[in-house]
Design a protein around this ligand. Structure first.
Ligand code: TYM
Length: 332
């Protein structure tokens, strides 16, 4: 793996994986798997920043691992592990918190949104969440962070923390950059083309494990635009609904927007919506089947996350030792 750039990313096991997670993140993890040296995590420690049912959280971690594998992640090429199995994340998170400003954290969009959604439970963990995310990335000296656009602000804060730390103590951390592709980087809800697809709006959210008929139903009910033109043309400002469907279709089929416009010329929205649904059904069908099969094999899943945690710990502890020494802790 020597010489390859390193990627790191993670997804919260806070609900079922959806098409936004897949197109914004996992699909790129899989597509770039040979090019980079990859580390992908199930970030359970981030998930408890809002209250979880313990049994559900445990179940979703395993389901998520099965889905990562079913999407095509190969444990030989990508280290796959569960965040809480590598204590260095929490340890570095503490140190980095001491190099992060209250003002910086107060400006984070995700914090402001989640604080609104969970107004009765705005915890310290929710506030310092981006510091733990910075620790995740910096522990592995990641060059690239394949995430959707909504996570860009957190990656930028991570860079700011790394630059600050390096400025005080000399070169310690690699400065990471976001990696994503235009189509898929910000998938909007099918019923809310002006808000990103998320589990909080279930009717507009396509889950990786949805049955084909449910996926089709969601696409048929997708909100299209009330413009008079009614043709399939990419214009996110005037036609956010159709443009979102085009983005999804493009990401799933690898067709360009020009090709899609030509394919549906003169056909209108009525033909386009089920065609996007079909393409998504066919893309997700093998994933759903393979995830179901893998989920039945708990021994295999355990072997993957155990060996993943071992390999991740080795890399993480190297960085943590360096950081502890630099800040002045007595060696263990
Ligand atoms: P999370 O769990 O909310 O989302 C996981 C990934 O899915 C992407 N994503 C989307 N992409 C396109 N369109 C959407 N509608 C959409 N919804 C979600 C996200 O951008 C993300 O890539 N803080 C992170 C998890 C995390 C992390 C990390 C990521 C923790 N530590 C270190 C990278 C590196 C989060 O909440 O993602």
């Amino acid at each position: 793996m020597e010489g390859k750039k390193r990627t790191f990313s993670g997804i919260q096991p806070s609900g079922d994986l959806h098409l936004g997670n897949y197109l914004g993140a996992i699909k790129n993890w899989v597509d770039f798997q040979d090019e980079f040296d990859n580390i992908y995590c199930i970030v359970d420690m981030h998930t408890i920043t809002v209250r979880q049912n313990p049994a559900d959280l445990r179940r979703r971690c395993l389901e998520q691992l099965a889905q990562y594998l079913a999407c095509g992640l190969d444990p030989e090429k990508s280290i796959l592990f569960i965040q809480s199995h590598v204590p260095a994340h929490a340890e570095l998170g503490w140190v980095l918190g001491c190099y992060t400003q209250f003002g910086e954290l107060s400006r984070m969009t995700q914090f402001k949104q989640k604080a609104q959604q969970h107004a009765d439970n705005i915890t310290g963990g929710l506030f310092t969440y981006p510091v733990l995310m910075a620790a995740d990335i910096l522990l592995y000296q990641a060059d690239l962070v394949p995430v959707g656009e909504d996570q860009r602000q957190h990656v930028e804060l991570c860079r700011d923390i790394a630059v600050r730390f390096n400025g005080i103590y000399g070169d310690t951390f690699t400065l990471p950059e976001v990696l994503n592709r235009k189509a898929g980087a910000r998938v909007m809800g099918l019923t809310t083309p002006n808000a990103k697809m998320s589990k909080s709006i279930p009717e507009g959210c396509v889950l990786l494990m949805d049955k084909p008929e449910d996926i089709q139903r969601k696409f048929k009910r997708a909100v299209t635009d009330s413009d008079t033109e009614r043709c399939v043309r990419f214009d996110p400002v005037a036609k956010p609904g159709v443009s979102n469907l085009m983005q999804i279709y493009s990401a799933v089929t690898e067709k360009s927007y020009d090709e899609i416009e030509a394919e549906f010329e003169g056909k209108g929205y009525g033909a386009f919506k089920p065609a996007v649904g079909d393409a998504v059904v066919e893309r997700l069908r093998p994933i759903r089947e393979e995830a179901t099969r893998l989920l039945a094999d708990k021994v295999y899943l355990e072997s993957i996350y155990k060996s993943g945690a071992e390999r991740a710990s080795y890399l993480a502890n190297k960085t943590l030792r360096k950081v502890y020494k630099k800040v002045g802790f007595v060696a263990r």
